[in-house]
Design a protein around this ligand. Structure first.
Ligand SMILES: Cc1cc2nc3c(=O)[nH]c(=O)nc-3n(C[C@H](O)[C@H](O)[C@H](O)COP(=O)(O)OP(=O)(O)OC[C@H]3O[C@@H](n4cnc5c(N)ncnc54)[C@H](O)[C@@H]3O)c2cc1C
Length: 297
């Protein structure tokens, strides 16, 4: 039996495994190799790893984990978790049943691409979610923002620190008059109508095409599609969740324990606000440490 099984071996899961391996706890990481930012050429903002390809950072983390004999990394999907604290059981897609005293859920979330032709092809290249991740490289260029919720107003104000050429695409949303007035006072045009196509060349956006036939050229488009957890294990476990503007996040306490004792969560799966590689690695490390401390004799 393992001390801990970690489901999802990307930034959060590997950070948890690192702490547990160093604490000489027997830990197995199950991973299917599909980190959320795999579409991006470079990852930004992680201290010491800025502007590196995300898969390169993860490959290095996997290499470093191999130094710890108690840590095992398995390329496999977890299909179910059952049991209670000190006696959890995890079933893999291959039918292997593993036991552990604690489980850390770090299987991330998956962005749901809208059915707009061209959108998925540009995702991570010229359609991106976060200015802290990708804003610097396109500063002073013409940015577009796809309106998705009242929070988009805050995004528009924020983006002015990177560029003074911003266009807001209402995309079928009814923007309140006071919001339109504020955007006008900031010289931010609002383009109404639904987006029906993203015209691009090899993922590099050319124009945003609207239902009335209008085409608006931008250099980069910021969008916040809805997301959902990459697996549904938390549902069968009945874990408590929080609503976020774009989906849900698992509810955790200050020790990163979920609503079920012995089950911990880290990374985007349990981040209601501003998910990032930095948050995921910090949360993963904390989940590993708190899971370890919860097993003291
Ligand atoms: C386009 C884009 C660009 C981004 N750029 C940046 C950036 O520059 N800087 C930054 O800080 N953040 C960036 N982010 C955010 C960053 O990707 C996430 O915050 C980070 O990946 C979260 O790490 P995580 O470990 O929680 O989840 P993930 O990295 O998504 O990893 C989850 C892992 O769990 C695995 N998994 C899923 N289900 C199972 C299962 N049932 N069994 C086993 N394994 C499973 C997956 O294959 C995956 O390996 C970006 C996001 C996007 C979408």
């Amino acid at each position: 039996m393992d001390d801990v099984i970690i489901i999802g071996g990307s930034f959060a899961g590997l950070a948890a495994a690192l702490q547990l391996g160093r604490a000489r706890r027997k830990v197995t990481v199950l991973d299917t190799g599909l980190p959320r930012n795999r579409f991006a050429g470079h990852s930004h903002g992680l201290l010491g790893h800025d502007h590196k390809p995300p898969l390169e950072i993860l490959a290095e983390a996997r290499r470093q984990l191999a130094r710890y004999p108690a840590a095992r990394l398995v390329n496999a999907r977890a299909d179910s978790v059952s049991g209670v604290i000190d006696d959890f059981s995890v079933l893999t897609a291959e039918g292997e049943r593993l036991g552990a005293r604690r489980v850390i859920l770090s299987y991330g979330v998956a962005d749901q691409m809208p059915g707009v032709p061209g959108f998925a092809e540009c995702w991570g290249t010229s359609i991106v979610p976060c200015p802290y991740c990708d804003g610097f490289e396109v500063a002073d260029r013409h940015w577009g923002l796809v309106w998705s919720s009242p929070q988009s107003h805050q995004s528009a104000r924020l983006f002015q620190h990177w560029t003074d050429k911003l266009t807001v695409f209402a995309d079928g949303h009814d923007l309140p008059a006071e919001v339109r007035a504020d955007l006008a006072s900031r010289h931010i045009p609002v383009v109404d109508g639904r987006i029906v196509e993203i015209a691009h060349r090899d993922g590099q956006i050319a124009t945003v095409n609207l239902e009335a036939g209008r085409q608006v050229a931008v250099d980069v488009l910021f969008a916040h599609p809805r997301n959902k957890p990459s697996a549904s294990l938390h549902e069968s476990l009945g874990l408590e969740t929080l609503e976020t503007p774009v989906g849900i996040a698992l509810k955790v306490d200050e020790r990163r324990q979920t609503s079920v004792p012995g089950l911990y969560a880290a990374g985007d799966l349990a981040t209601p606000f501003l998910p990032s590689v930095t948050q995921a690695t910090w949360q993963g490390a904390m989940a590993g440490i708190f899971a370890q401390q919860s097993m003291l004799a």
